[in-house]
Design a protein around this ligand. Sequence first.
Ligand code: SF4
Length: 234
Amino acid sequence: MPAASLQALNQRIVACELCPRLRAYCAEVARVRRRAYADWEYWGRPVPSFGDPDARVLVLGLAPGAHGSNRTGRPFTGDGSGDFLYPVLHEAGFASQPNAVSRDDGMKLTGLQITAVVRCAPPANKPAPEELRNCAPWLDQEIGLLRNLAVVVCLGRIAFDGLLAHVQRTAAPGAATLRRSAFVFAHGAEYTLPSGLAVIASYHPSLQNTNTGKLTRPMLLAVFRRARQLAGLA
Ligand code: SF4
């Protein structure tokens, strides 16, 4: 039975054990820990979404980082990707502060929710196709519960493909079908789904992209300013 609220959904997600490989990996990372975080008690469980239940904008990422979200228990919190993303969300007016270090750092998001296509950290940041499929129903439920949603920002190609797969899975009988070939991943590309939801594709703020200059701060800021505009937020 679908969860009745985002809070109830997150409780179920945190208890999910559907992917043995990922659950074992997250638990092992949490047990061994990185030397720099030796004093941390790692979260080590599926990472729930974070943000504003009345969000107009949904940020869809790939998966938790082994020593980032898998350590802190909050999306993009405590790693290089988050150190790049949250200051941009702050400047774009979505985040109350630029720094995200832990679940109790006081961060508040307004008008925006952050989630991922896979909720458990995968080895080498590469979820298996079966793991993506296992986690997909959580995304379907989450999007269904975000009643005010107007825009989805997909961080990376896997998130973009995950959103399109969600649209195909959840299409109502007789509804307009999605012509998949019309949706091409490119940074800054914008589309409108048959439901009217706007989609913006963006490169993922991984260190691989940000350290090489493939994704710069002005590029990501432009994406979130555009998301604000499409969402009708002042
Ligand atoms: S990746 Fe998703 S489906 Fe798999 S165990 Fe984690 S929360 Fe469950």
